[in-house]
Structures are given as structure tokens and as C-alpha cells.
Write a protein that binds this ligand. Structure first.
Ligand code: FAD
Length: 288
């Protein structure tokens, strides 16, 4: 059954991993996957490097997940530097391997780029292309509860999200957002705008001061006071920060579940030991 179909019946649970660098072996990632399967994820998604870097590795990781038979692989895919012909070929490769779930993204521009330098400028064009040429795919798209950082207004950004729905998207995966009140506000706004897609909420574990600050602000997301206080109190002590950050992450997972989401998606950062600690402590073993 497609992920979007499952989301109509119950809440789903999933992880994101990223591929090893080009010249690195797959062993650590394969080990990470094994440890993540224990938590019964409905899917594991794999990121796609900016500018198509490491695209081959994305396929390799998705193939390993598929081969395991333990869960569904979801391939992130971007428009950056991608011609229509290359997109057609790549999507066919996924399908030939039995991979029929994709997260269709525009992608972030690599340094110095002003556009995608590919045949599609926005994610909605990629969604429409996939829907028309490869109807087998279940298509996820990105949503930004705090507004995409390049959009001039929420209205504009939500209108663009609506176009992705109308182009054939099946569900939304959110950008990291620590602010549950803001998330609920955004959901109300998008529902009013006629967007009815189920929403899979991304949770970024707070494991180290520098990385949580960098990843949050680089997406244009905000740091709520509660997290700011943890940064201020424990920022100089990595061990104490990690302990408080894990507790904060567990609270956040339950706050989002209480807000009535359709899916919980953990950005694992490939840090399976820390993620396992968080999940074991939280008692969440998937929702199957
Ligand atoms: P779009 O939906 O195209 O939106 C981009 C901007 O353009 C927005 O400001 C939007 O309002 C505006 N816009 C959209 N459509 C139009 C239109 N038709 N006309 C005018 N303006 C428009 N990036 C990677 O490179 N690799 C990854 O693996 C990856 N994984 C991600 C996973 C998740 C869950 C999320 C949420 C994001 C991920 N990203 C990844 C980041 C993503 O590529 C960036 O956020 C990127 O800047 C925007 O992608 P998008 O698909 O939301 O773009």
C-alpha cells in the first residue's frame, strides 16, 4: 500500500538518512539502517545532494532499503542541474528497482547559483512531470510551517503549496519547525486555502548546540525560548547539552502527536545510537 494511503488510515512513522560521501564505504550507513528498522518505520527517506552530487549514492541507499524488505524507501529528488531527460532516466531507474515513492523537491541552489540550471524551476513542475509520465509514483512534497525563506509572504508560499497539490502531490513532508503553535496556525491556514494533503512532520533531534542552531536558522526556522534556554544553559558542555536536547526532542515529538499530525518523521542525521536512545526513552516503536 502507498504511504499516502496508509496516512489516511493511521499515523505513520519514518526516518531520514543521508548517503555516505562518494569515496566512503556503505558499511556505516547499512549498519545505521539495521538499527533504524528496529523501530518499525513505515518508510526511510534518503536525501539527494545539492546539484545532483551523490545522486548515485541516493539510488544505492534506496536499493539497499528495498532489498532489506524491512520498509519502504523514499527517494528525495531535486530539479537542481537536472534536465528533463535525465529526470526521466533517473525515475525509470528507481521504478526498475521497485522504488515507487519520491519526495519531489526544487532543491537549494548551490553557492553562486541563481536558479536551478535545469529544465524545471520549481517543485510543482517536477510533480506535474512525474504525475504525467510515471503515474506509479507516490509523490511527497515539502511544506514550510514557518514559510519558505525565499517566499515574500505566507499567502504566496501557501499558494505555491496548493499548486503542488493540484499538480498531483500525495502528501506533505515539513521542513523542521520547533514551534508547535506556529505549526498549528499554518495547518489552519493551508486547510483554509484548500490544501487537504496529509502531513508528515519532520523532527530534528537537538544533539549538539552548533548543529541545531545551524540547521534551524539555515532553513529560516526559529529557535523557541525553551530551546534557546537549553542552548544558553548547556551550550558549553556537549554532554549536558545532548542530555537536555534529547529530553527536549521527546517532549517535541509528543507535542506534535498531540497536535494531531498524520506522520512523525525523524531526521536521523545517521546518528542511530542517539536516535535509538531518544526513541527507547520515549516508548515510540512506530505506529504499525
Ligand atoms: P518549491 O516548492 O519549488 O519552492 C521554492 C520557493 O519558490 C518557495 O519560496 C516557493 O514559495 C516558491 N515557489 C514555488 N513554486 C513557485 C512558482 N510556481 N512560481 C514562483 N515561485 C514559486 N534539498 C536538497 O537539495 N536535497 C534533499 O534531499 C532535501 N531534502 C529535503 C527534505 C525535506 C523534508 C524538506 C522539507 C526539504 C528538503 N530539502 C532538500 C530542501 C529543499 O530542497 C529546499 O527547502 C528548497 O529551497 C525548496 O524546495 P521546495 O521543493 O520546497 O521548492
Amino acid at each position: 500500500m502507498k504511504i499516502s494511503e496508509i496516512m489516511k488510515q493511521r499515523m505513520i512513522f519514518s526516518f531520514e538518512v543521508f548517503p555516505p560521501k562518494k569515496d566512503q564505504p556503505m558499511d556505516y550507513l547499512l549498519d545505521t539502517l539495521k538499527h533504524l528498522y528496529v523501530f518499525n518505520p513505515d518508510f526511510i527517506s534518503c536525501t539527494y545532494g545539492a546539484g545532483g552530487t551523490n545522486a548515485g549514492r541516493n539510488i544505492e541507499v534506496c536499493r539497499a532499503i528495498k532489498k532489506s524488505g524491512r520498509t519502504v524507501p523514499v527517494a528525495h529528488f531535486t530539479c537542481i542541474g537536472n534536465s528533463m531527460e535525465n529526470i526521466r532516466k533517473s525515475l525509470q531507474i528507481y521504478l526498475n528497482m521497485g522504488i515507487d515513492h519520491v519526495l519531489a523537491l526544487r532543491g537549494d541552489f548551490p553557492k553562486g547559483w541563481k536558479g536551478t540550471m535545469g529544465d524545471f524551476n520549481y517543485a510543482n513542475e517536477l510533480v506535474a512531470f512525474i504525475r504525467k509520465n510515471f503515474p506509479e509514483f507516490c509523490i511527497a512534497v515539502a511544506g514550510n510551517p514557518e514559510k519558505h525563506f525565499q517566499a515574500n509572504s505566507f499567502e504566496e508560499d501557501i499558494a505555491h503549496l496548493r499548486v503542488k497539490q493540484d499538480s498531483g502531490a500525495d502528501y506533505i513532508m515539513t521542513q523542521l519547525c520547533h514551534d508547535v503553535d506556529q505549526y498549528e496556525w499554518w495547518v489552519e491556514k493551508i486547510r483554509k486555502a484548500g490544501i487537504s494533503l496529509p502531513i508528515d512532520v519532520g523532527i530534528m533531534p537537538a544533539l549538539s548546540k552548533d548543529s541545531i542552531i545551524r540547521m534551524t536558522v539555515s532553513n529560516g526556522s526559529s529557535i523557541p525560548r525553551e530551546l534557546a534556554e537549553i542552548i544558553a544553559r548547556y551550550g558549553d558542555n556537549p554532554e549536558d547539552f545532548k542530555k537536555a536536547g534529547k529530553e527536549y526532542t521527546i517532549k517535541q515529538m509528543y507535542r506534535f502527536i498531540d497536535a494531531g499530525i498524520n506522520g512523525l518523521h525523524i531526521y536521523s542525521l545517521n546518528r542511530w545510537k542517539d536516535v535509538s536512545d531518544i526513541l527507547n526513552e520515549s516508548g515510540i516503536m512506530g505506529f504499525k
